[in-house]
Design a binder for this molecule. Structure first.
Ligand code: FES
Length: 152
């Protein structure tokens, strides 16, 4: 899969971020494997340390498997003031998770992130590519319950 993705880009270092995004998005567990990192480094003729450096710099990249539903809770200023910690606690309780981890059924993983650009709707979370704002316990429970129901 990652080999085909690389072929769509010129082998220039400038394309590293785009390639990594596509590789991660194409993986069912939304992460970048060691083999993919190695291949990208060879393809772009850069060191694997450079690839790892970029992956570790950006929080949206992961080198460990994630759930089918990747929940990112914004913890930047506006969301923090409006209770992002509470959102995290609610999600941890509902999903029986520790902070920043994955459920046993591999359905959900939970992470924090920086501003999602919709501060007016704080507190905010993003699940895969969908953004949910003005979160409260009732709303969070419904969102998670709907996603679980969709998987039965
Ligand atoms: S601070 Fe959370 S969306 Fe901007």
């Amino acid at each position: 899969m990652y080999k085909n993705i690389c072929k769509n880009f010129e082998p220039k270092r400038d394309n590293l971020l785009l390639i990594l995004h596509e590789i991660q998005d194409s993986h069912p567990q939304q992460y970048i494997t060691k083999n993919a990192m190695k291949y990208v480094a060879e393809y772009l003729k850069i060191s694997i340390a450079q690839v790892k450096g970029v992956i570790s710099f950006y929080t949206m990249f992961s080198t460990t498997p994630r759930g089918k539903y990747l929940i990112r809770v914004c913890n930047s200023t506006a969301c923090f003031i409006k209770g992002s910690d509470n959102v995290l606690e609610i999600l941890n309780n509902i999903l029986d998770l520790e902070k920043e981890s994955i459920t046993e059924d591999n359905l959900f993983s939970l992470e924090t992130c920086s501003c999602l650009g919709v501060c007016g709707n704080a507190p905010v979370m993003m699940i895969n590519k969908e953004v949910y704002g003005n979160l409260n316990e009732k709303k969070i429970k419904k969102i998670i319950s709907d996603l679980k129901r969709g998987n039965k």
